[in-house]
Design a protein around this ligand. Sequence first.
Ligand SMILES: [Zn+2]
Ligand SMILES: [Zn+2]
Length: 421
Amino acid sequence: MFCPAEQVTGPPRRELSRQPPSLVAMTELLTEAQDQMDDVVGLRRRLHRFPEVGNHLPRTREMVLEALNDLPLTLTLHESTSGIAAVLSGASEGPTVLLRGDMDGLPLTEDTGLDFASETGDTMHACGHDLHTAMLFGAAKLLSSKRDHLAGSVIFMFQPGEEGYAGAKFMLEEGLLDTAGTPASAGFAIHVSPAYTSGEVHIRPGAQMASADELYVTVHGSGGHASSPYKAVDPIAVASEIVLAIQVAVTRRINVFEPAVITFGRFAAGTAHNIIPPVAELSGTIRAVSEESRSLAEEIARRVATNIAAAHGARAEVRIDPGYPVSVNHADTVASIRDMAGRVLGSEMIHEMPAPIMGAEDWSYVMQQIPAAMAFLGACPPDLDPATAPVNHSNLVLLDEAAMASGVALYSGFVMDRLKA
Ligand SMILES: [Zn+2]
Ligand SMILES: [Zn+2]
């Protein structure tokens, strides 16, 4: 299902001659992107063979730098991470826009059977970041050829550490937004997904993805013989009540239109069936689609755990490790992306998401600083059903390389809309 590069087809090419002149440039973007798929697919497959995890991706960075080598870009190699900020300066002055492609893989063993599957044995590009990086390279190449028609600058953000390492945050702290001189004033990121038909764009204003914080509750009771609980303080019974009470409190305290989820994925206690242990541990995740419900959910977790433990003569320690914030799509930016994407891909390819996805993204740190948006790009292989295809982070996930032409065209269209000479 992964066509060799020369056979990648993608959406049908469109007849240009009947388009009004203002639409021709945008319509041509998809054709131009399709014309450079050999290079884009080549980079994607090289990256796919050697996924690296975290903020330090030396081999990945080398491969990206090699691909960018012939392009008229000014490169800044970040020091706290393997991030690369590549700047394309247009022929005249104008605003700066930021495009993002994340580069990191995940710690799991690939079982796809692809002939360019991971060769490391324990890491896999299972979230499509290899496609993102290759699409961003494709956009850098395409836009470089249009440099004379651009007024302003583009920062191509090649980012490590999206999968839990806050790579975007480190790049911001190293001055990413000021890399081009004029501060970046708009940003766009694309995430591929096998849950949508290949080439479709799915986006919404407001919350696109959730926040993700880690919650740890340790209940300290006092141990004893299982036959005589009245002589002990049973932390398992107390922790069980905390798990259920938090579920009730979330439904009673949080606005249903700005939902939050608290799920405990780990409950650990005890050593044998006839011993009451002194301690029980809970670990969970807090997800929310607004900063208000996020902080309310955290407050609920602390208050309920602490006070239920106290009611039973036990003591609860609550720790919350903050993770990625809510990814909030800037409404005007979404409107302009929808309009542009319609011109580039055809309006039938653009879909409004009915609700956010409860996963999280560190692109949210960029969204907190500049008007920015993220879109999902469908990449389900044509012979699979998006409803049942293996999902991102699966050891079996497959993504349609032909969708990368749409991604390159969208990134390029975003820039051309804003840097008109
Ligand atoms: Zn992921
Ligand atoms: Zn991802």
